[in-house]
Design a protein around this ligand. Structure first.
Ligand SMILES: Cc1cc2nc3c(=O)[nH]c(=O)nc-3n(C[C@H](O)[C@H](O)[C@H](O)COP(=O)(O)O)c2cc1C
Length: 189
């Protein structure tokens, strides 16, 4: 049972990073094998719409996505974690997501992506408290998952947290993240 965490913030040991670490600890507590990708450390070119993927489902751009695709396809559970930047995900994470058009092609055009029961969850954190703060990001993550056959099953959305590491002062967030990771591992176990 493998759980992959995708850390979308450029801020190491920031709020997203700390939340994701707790969620991965929760998954590990249920005997999941966990791995974390720090997207900002990878070289990921944004999608250029060459559409080379239409031929065989493989992107024609050679960069660090070469290592990310197999991880996305092998994980039984995926945790996407991101701060909210202008009501969306970070640009780094969005570049990774857009490059998964190649997987969308496999599933919906070439129809050669095996069906699966894999599951995914979203952790979002933002500074303000608007009702719609996570609406755009939730949709993006949901359809990112759907592109390669992962069901969006759970989420943890934290409002009102801004400074680096401020999440540690939040009364419930880190424990909630641990529980989210542990629930995910139970669902895929
Ligand atoms: C470029 C940028 C855009 C942001 N846009 C929003 C926003 O639209 N809404 C919001 O509530 N917070 C916004 N924030 C605040 C971050 O979401 C917040 O500081 C978050 O806790 C950062 O998480 P991190 O420590 O994991 O990077 C923005 C921050 C930056 C740097």
């Amino acid at each position: 049972m493998k759980v992959l965490g995708i850390m979308g913030s450029p801020r190491i040991k920031g709020n997203t990073d700390l939340l994701l670490d707790e969620a991965l600890k929760g998954a590990k507590s249920q005997q999941a094998e966990v791995e974390k990708i720090v997207v900002d450390k990878l070289k990921i070119t944004p999608c250029r719409e060459y559409y080379g993927c239409l031929k065989d489902g493989n992107c024609v751009i050679r960069d660090d996505m070469d290592d990310v695709y197999p991880k996305l396809l092998e994980a039984d559970g995926i945790i996407v974690a991101s701060p909210i930047f202008f009501y969306g995900l970070t640009a780094q994470l969005k570049a990774l997501i857009d490059r998964c058009q190649a997987l969308w092609v496999r599933r919906y055009v070439l129809k050669n992506l095996p069906e699966s029961t894999r599951k995914g969850v979203f952790i979002g954190v933002g500074a303000t408290r608007g009702k719609q703060l996570f609406d755009g990001s939730r949709l993006t993550v949901k359809y990112f998952f759907q592109a390669f056959g992962v069901e969006y099953v759970d989420e943890l959305l934290i409002r009102g947290v801004d400074k680096r590491g401020e999440i540690k002062e939040h009364p419930t967030a880190l424990l909630d993240a641990f529980k989210l990771g542990s629930r995910l591992a139970q669902k895929i176990g």
